[in-house]
Design a protein around this ligand. Structure first.
Ligand code: CO8
Length: 387
């Protein structure tokens, strides 16, 4: 191509190839340990059983049973979780996060924490907001139906272009990454922010012994860009794969046609409910198979993956998936966990694991970001370190 500079020719060759340029993370200051959580839960149990002693005595009401620190850690690997509103969650009379409703002239909470994570991603990539073309807010729940959270985040950052919200529960972030990558592949955008503010404490039933320990709050951001404009150090997106299979085993019936009382009492189906055992059994083989099949398509031996940044729901689940993919029991270096300090942060989990555990990899190393959860939904993003 006569007349074109070498740089321009390189840009043309790279154009349309999506990469991850940088990630960002917002972690709430407050954290709840298992000990604090269980003490409050057991106090609630005592109060409930005392208040309902007569009904329990005659068999009209079932007595509640204690939660246990040992069970939580053994069953899930979770030791603590960050939250946006600690005190009311631990108050046995409230047992849920509480905050003042924000006015239309204030930033909404999801936008505020999403912007913090997004700014970090932009800074790490050396990118200015005006260089970004689109914002996707990909999370398992939205603070309101409209206007879209993504558009508020776009406005707060000073980004032109467009934004929209998407929800695929625990797989929202990986589905967001594929969507962003497809914009780049199609030439519709060169720089897309995928922001995942997960305030899961607002849709967790803190009075439910089976699940009260699972979730935590956080926000992550992933900057997906065209390789032609990416910073020297980045992650090539080698391939993305998404899968959904309908299941009622993880469900939340809250919606504009079905509302809950503010306390959530008596309407537990308007908060997160799950059949944890079934989820465990059905999702592990589905995800392992998806990863292995996609690796085959890439003509890659999955055993050569240097690191797996898996969805952070349960340490046992991750152990089994990693074993099937790598062919041996994975150590912390091969499949790092953030479950111990963050708990399950829905779609943000695998991104936190990637954000905190990827700087030590070297050029040429390949890895996998993988999510799975309600829907069922699963997403895999194969990446290779460049620079
Ligand atoms: N303390 C003490 N004992 C307990 C407790 C507790 N807190 N809870 C249950 N037990 C008891 C049970 O009563 C049972 O006793 P028994 O044997 O006498 O009946 C025993 O412990 C075993 O119970 P389980 O079979 O339920 O325990 P598991 O070993 O299966 O562990 C887990 C439970 C940790 C929930 C596990 O099943 C698991 O992690 N499963 C996978 C879950 C998963 O991945 N879910 C994905 C959800 S995330 C998602 O999709 C995003 C949704 C959107 C976000 C929602 C935000 C709120």
């Amino acid at each position: 191509m006569p007349g074109l500079s070498l740089r321009t020719m390189t840009d043309i060759q790279l154009s349309g190839r999506p990469v991850i340029s940088a990630t960002g993370l917002f972690t709430p200051e407050e954290s709840i340990t298992n000990e604090e959580l269980v003490a409050s839960f057991n106090e609630y149990v005592d109060r409930f059983n005392a208040a309902n002693a007569e009904a329990i005595e005659v068999g009209e009401t079932e007595a509640l049973t204690y939660s246990s620190v040992e069970f939580i850690e053994k069953a899930s690997g979770i030791k603590a979780r960050h939250v946006m509103s600690k005190q009311p969650i631990l108050d046995p009379d409230v047992m849920g996060p509480r905050w003042d409703e924000r006015g239309n002239d204030e930033w909404s909470m999801m936008a505020e924490i999403g912007v913090t994570a997004a700014k970090q991603a932009l800074e790490r990539a050396g990118r200015k907001p005006e260089d970004v073309d689109a914002v996707l807010c990909a999370a398992s729940n939205m603070e309101r139906p409209y206007p879209a959270m993504a558009i508020e985040i776009q406005q707060a950052l000073g980004i032109e272009g467009f934004g929209f919200d998407m929800n695929v529960a625990c797989s929202s972030a990986t589905f967001g990454i594929q969507t962003a990558a497809d914009y780049v592949r199609a030439g519709n955008a060169k720089s897309v922010l995928v922001v995942s503010p997960e305030i899961t404490s607002g849709h967790l039933n803190w009075r439910d012994r089976d699940s009260h320990f699972i979730f935590g709050d956080v926000a992550t951001a992933v900057l997906v860009e065209d390789a032609a404009i990416a910073p020297e150090q980045h992650w090539d997106i080698l391939s993305t794969k998404l899968k959904t299979v309908f299941s009622n085993n993880i469900r939340n019936n809250f919606g504009f046609l079905n509302r809950a009382s503010p306390e959530g009492v008596g309407e537990p189906d308007k908060l997160f409910v799950q059949e944890g055992r079934k989820v465990f059994k059905e999702v592990v083989p589905m995800v392992a198979q998806m990863i292995i099949e996609e690796a085959e398509k890439l003509q890659m031996d999955p055993k050569t993956l240097r690191r797996l940044w898996l969805h952070q729901a349960n340490a046992g689940m991750n152990r089994l998936i990693a074993q099937r993919v790598l062919g041996h029991e994975a150590n912390d270096d091969e499949s790092p966990t953030v479950l111990d300090t963050y708990g399950n942060t829905s779609s943000a989990g695998s991104i936190i694991a990637f954000h905190l555990n990827s700087d030590d990899l070297v050029a040429g190393d390949t890895g996998l970001i993988c999510s799975f959860g309600a829907g069922y939904s699963a997403g895999a993003v194969f990446v290779r370190r460049v620079g």
